[in-house]
Design a protein around this ligand. Structure first.
Ligand code: GLA
Length: 388
């Protein structure tokens, strides 16, 4: 678990003085609604108790200095170079946020430079949005330090722009929204067309449930390959169907869609259309019957991603099957796919058994041993005290 003094020490070690402020941004787990965000559909993620933390101190010149405990050295940049000089590696995230703030109307010729140190306990490359966690921590920290007055919705779009344009990953708005808009024991129900967000109580504590995460440790990379091709297939499907986005297709339209789409495109479309409906159903069931009743929807979501969207892996399928067989009420892969994590909704007293069974099954299958842990739904990004 993250300790504020770690950031404080890292900042002092790197820059010789303490930060004046620090903000943390959580990672996220998506309860349901996968590959729906860039189709203007619905998602239901929650912020988790793993955070990226950014400590900041403004400078009297226009230099940006960036340090982190996960890479050596300091990256130095001048504010006039933002958007001009190439960026790469981890510094693309904070520098991407600076650039995107400029896109959102901040006059970057009129702000002071800063020293910024980053640390994080969100597992990287596991599909828990370690990058959105950084973007929301940095966005919140600069919004505060520069006195910009941007709200959380705007900061989510800033993070997404940074990710899409500077990092080069064609992702949707879900991760940054979860990281900025989360609330304790709640999920964020987001309409990705209107960007209307509503906090929906999960009631996990009252129901005696835990969310168990199985990190398969098969890394995923959104900037290449499968994610982009799935997005392209969705856009092609919408074009053929003559709609602006797959949000405009309902479950009732699928029979007609099958007649005009090739088999693969049809299955990609069917996943998105049925997944949107499953998000709406999950919100309704949560409100009417509580979290113990959403298991079948999670299972159906996984089957759809495995069979129609084809973004699961043998490790993710095994994690889901074994968790279900040992007491999980429902389970599914979460995030972009092609690796990363599965989640399972598990009664508190079955967590030990599910964990042991997943470990054993991965060993029997000859897979890399997974990391299995529980996460809690927490508040979105916010300020943390610095010891000063
Ligand atoms: C990644 C992206 C999100 C979303 C999911 C799939 O996490 O960053 O925008 O598209 O994949 O639901």
């Amino acid at each position: 678990m993250f300790q504020p003094h770690i950031l404080d020490q890292a900042f002092r070690r790197t820059f010789g003085s303490p930060p004046t402020s620090a903000f943390r941004g959580p990672g996220r787990v998506n309860l349901i609604g996968e590959h729906t965000d860039y189709n203007e559909g619905f998602v239901l993620p929650f912020a988790i108790d793993r955070w990226a933390v950014a400590g900041v101190r403004l400078r009297s010149d226009r230099t940006i200095r960036l340090g982190t405990d996960f890479a050596d050295g300091i990256v130095e940049f001048h504010l006039d170079q933002v958007g001009r000089a190439p960026v790469s590696g981890w510094s693309a995230y904070p520098l991407g946020v600076v650039w995107a703030l400029g896109e959102f109307g901040v006059d970057l010729t009129d702000v002071p430079g800063f020293d910024l140190a980053l640390t994080s306990d969100v597992p990287v490359g596991a599909g828990l949005s370690s990058s959105a966690a950084i973007e929301s921590a940095v966005g919140m920290a600069l919004n505060d330090a520069w006195g910009l007055g941007l709200d959380r919705h705007a900061l989510a779009r800033v993070g997404q722009r940074a990710e899409n344009v500077v990092v080069g990953a064609p992702t949707g708005i879900m991760d940054q929204s979860a990281s900025l808009l989360g609330a304790p024991d709640c999920a964020v129900f987001l309409d990705c067309r209107t960007l209307d967000a509503e906090v929906v109580p999960l009631g996990l504590d009252a129901a005696g449930l835990e969310v168990v995460v199985v990190d398969t440790r098969v890394s995923h990379a959104h900037a290449d390959g499968g994610y982009g091709s799935r997005r392209a297939a969705c856009e092609a499907g919408a074009r053929t169907l003559g709609v602006p986005s797959l949000r405009d297709v309902t479950v009732g339209d699928l029979a007609a869609a099958r007649r005009v789409l090739d088999d693969v495109t049809f299955r990609r479309v069917r996943h998105v259309v049925t997944e949107n409906q499953r998000v709406l159903d999950t919100v309704r069931v949560l409100r009417q019957a509580g979290p113990s009743a959403v298991g079948a929807l999670l299972d159906a979501s996984h089957a759809s991603m495995r069979d129609d969207f084809e973004i699961s892996t043998p490790e993710l399928d095994l994690a889901v099957e074994v968790a279900r067989a040992h007491g999980a009420l429902g389970a599914r892969m979460t995030g972009g796919g092609f690796g990363g994590c599965a989640i399972a909704l598990v009664p508190v007293d079955a967590v030990g058994e599910v964990t042991g069974a997943v470990d054993d099954a991965f060993a029997d299958a000859g897979f890399t041993s997974p990391k299995v842990f529980t996460v809690r739904p927490v508040a979105g990004a916010g300020r943390i005290e610095v010891t000063g």
